[in-house]
Design a protein around this ligand. Structure first.
Ligand code: NAD
Ligand code: TYD
Length: 351
């Protein structure tokens, strides 16, 4: 079947894996990647598919209504997979309005244009909104987030994503826009921008620089390999029920400090350093404001309803990830030059 898909944020970390999967797996789909190429967007992530006949890149901002209108007019999309967002909690603490603009206003702009273009012929159309488990807030030591967990966002990032989720659901109920949503746990893997914990630690260990661990390193995150997230998005896009939310996660909780120790061990092996060398770089720094203690996803619904499960164990995925970063030094050097230096100073030198 032929389809024309708009994927937003396709030059980012998760978006690039989603674009690659759809372009390679569905040669009959025309995939249009709309991305503003912010600091987090990088077309180097897509070099292997950029010349494929079913792939087009469009540089543009999701808050630019006229541009979105023109793209819907030009391509007559029948599906949207919306990933474009400001995505880093620490940056949201520094500059919350940027998050409200892109994540809330940008999502609402896309919804509104899709509603107008699909009005009266919604059959076969789908607006897929990609969201995060952070909208559910912070867990204590017990329990998991299910699709019924009430929203309780606590950072400007999660508040902006929660707001965008609510608009997606509002458009479903009010206008019958065909939508589906997913809320995923923390991703890791190749092409992850080194502002986030795992790639930042890999980068710093490689350069024998301090590895900053917030607070006591007691916070817990639930980690999923990014290619497994992309597979889940493929499954939900094709088989998810309209109006539904699916939680995505691998039942893989790690305390930050334990994760960093595992990473240090893998890095010592890969860099042929004496055991314990990288762990000496661990530096406890001032905690993040409002730092959520624990995230953990119950992905039972996705597994039982749609048959998805993760393909990789964490240790294997982390080894693959480290191997990718060590083999792609130019990628890492390019993204850590220039503006990254200023960000790093602002974020870590005050701690
Ligand atoms: P990312 O920051 O790596 O990429 C975001 C992409 O969006 C970039 O390519 C950027 O250029 C683009 N973008 C930003 N603002 C834009 C705008 N106004 N218009 C058009 N493009 C714009 O983010 P990511 O980690 O790949 O996350 C992608 C999506 O998945 C986000 O919606 C995020 O909330 C969600 N998510 C992320 C995680 C995670 O662990 N990274 C987990 C669950 C859900
Ligand atoms: P991060 O990768 O920013 O993802 P999120 O905040 O969306 O979960 O952070 C993962 C965890 O690691 C989180 O508990 C904050 C912590 N962290 C550090 O300890 N040091 C760091 O330098 C960073 C970026 C994060």
């Amino acid at each position: 079947m032929k389809r024309t898909l708009l994927i937003t944020g396709g030059a980012g970390f998760i978006g690039s894996h989603v674009v690659r999967l759809f372009v390679n797996k569905y040669p009959d789909y025309q995939v249009v990647n709309l991305d503003a190429l912010t600091y987090a967007g990088n077309l180097e992530n897509l070099l292997d598919i950029q010349d494929k006949p079913n792939y087009v890149f469009e540089k543009g901002d999701i808050t630019d209504e006229a541009r979105i209108e023109a793209l819907f007019g030009q391509y007559a999309f029948d599906g949207v997979i919306h990933l474009a967002a400001e995505s880093h909690v620490d940056r949201s603490i520094m500059d919350p309005l940027a998050f409200i603009k892109t994540n809330v206003l940008g999502t609402a702009t896309l919804l509104n244009v899709a509603r107008q273009h699909w009005k009266g012929h919604e059959d076969g159309k789908l607006f897929y909104h990609v969201s995060t488990d952070e909208v559910y807030g912070s867990l204590g030591q017990e329990g998991l987030f299910t699709e019924q967990t009430p929203y309780d966002p606590r950072s400007p990032y999660s508040a902006s994503k929660a707001s965008s989720d609510h608009f997606v659901k509002a458009y479903y109920h009010t206008y019958h826009l065909p939508v589906v949503l997913s809320n995923c746990s923390n991703n890791y893997g190749s092409n992850h921008f080194p502002e986030k914990l795992i790639p930042l630690a890999i980068h710093n260990i490689k350069h024998s620089k301090p590895v900053p661990v917030y607070g006591k390193g007691d916070n817990i995150r639930d980690w999923l390999f990014v290619e497994d997230h992309a597979r889940a998005i493929d499954t939900i896009f094709h088989h998810g029920r309209l109006g539904e939310t699916y939680n995505i996660g691998g039942f893989n909780e790690w305390k930050n400090i334990d994760l960093i120790h595992l990473l240090c061990k893998i890095m010592d092996e890969k860099l042929q350093r004496a055991p314990g060398t990288s762990a000496q770089l661990i530096t406890f720094v001032k905690d993040r404001a409002g730092h959520d203690l624990r995230y953990a996803i119950d992905a039972t619904k996705l597994n039982t309803e749609l048959g998805w499960s993760p393909s990789l164990q964490f240790e294997e995925g982390l080894e693959k990830t480290v191997a990718w970063y060590l083999a792609n030094e130019t990628w890492l050097d390019n993204v850590t030059s220039g503006a990254y230096q200023q960000y790093y100073q602002d974020q870590y030198n005050k701690r």
